[in-house]
Design a protein around this ligand. Structure first.
Ligand SMILES: [Fe+2]
Length: 198
């Protein structure tokens, strides 16, 4: 099975003003497409062909060129689904809210730590809410890495590569992260990821 670029689950201008059409055109059509194309070229004729995206991510950890592209393919497949128009805020499905409070203490603490993880991820990478050993925790990873290679399952992730926010927010990464939490998070996809992690 080779990697395929999934279509965006909403129109390119659907997340404005918090994420512009221009950002999504570059981010989805150029950056995500490049991870798919490069990943497929690197997998051609290897043991990785025929494996699921998750398996390629876990099995290629340490094989950096393939891992970087497979990791980014996995991360972006979910990143598009982790957002929706009129999303975000604190109207969180009950199961997710309970799991966050159990793992992190409160919704406020989750928001604070998630933003902090994104702000302090030096250079390119991701901030995560992830399930590990039956509890939710905040993680951050560099480049294309994700919680799958740290014995955890991603529940919510945000891309803090500059390609995700520079057109709309310039260097104001904290403002982008706050807008993501307040206006973009698709809590239904978070709930789905949580139920699959259990
Ligand atoms: Fe990205």
């Amino acid at each position: 099975m080779s990697f395929e670029l999934p279509p965006l689950p909403y129109a390119y201008d659907a997340l404005q003003p918090y994420m512009s059409k221009e950002t999504l055109e570059f981010h989805h059509d150029k950056h995500h497409q490049a991870y798919v194309t490069t990943g497929n070229n690197l997998m051609k004729g290897t043991e990785y062909e025929g494996k699921s995206v998750e398996e390629v991510v876990k099995d290629s950890y340490g094989n950096q060129p393939l891992f970087n592209n497979a990791g980014q393919h996995y991360n972006h497949i979910h990143f598009w689904k982790w957002m929706k128009p009129n999303g975000g805020g604190t109207k969180i499905p009950g199961t997710v809210e309970k799991a966050i409070i159990d793992g992190l203490g409160s919704i406020d603490k989750f928001r604070e730590d998630f933003v902090q993880a994104g702000v302090t991820q030096f250079g390119s990478g991701w901030a995560w809410l992830a399930a590990k050993n039956g509890k939710l925790e905040i993680m951050k990873t560099p480049n294309g890495e994700n919680p799958l290679v740290h014995g955890a399952k991603p529940i919510l992730g945000v891309d803090v590569w500059e390609h995700s926010y520079y057109i709309d927010y310039r260097n104001r990464r904290p403002d982008y992260l706050k807008a993501f939490l307040d206006h973009l998070v698709n809590w239904e996809h978070v709930e789905k990821m949580l139920s699959e992690a259990r």
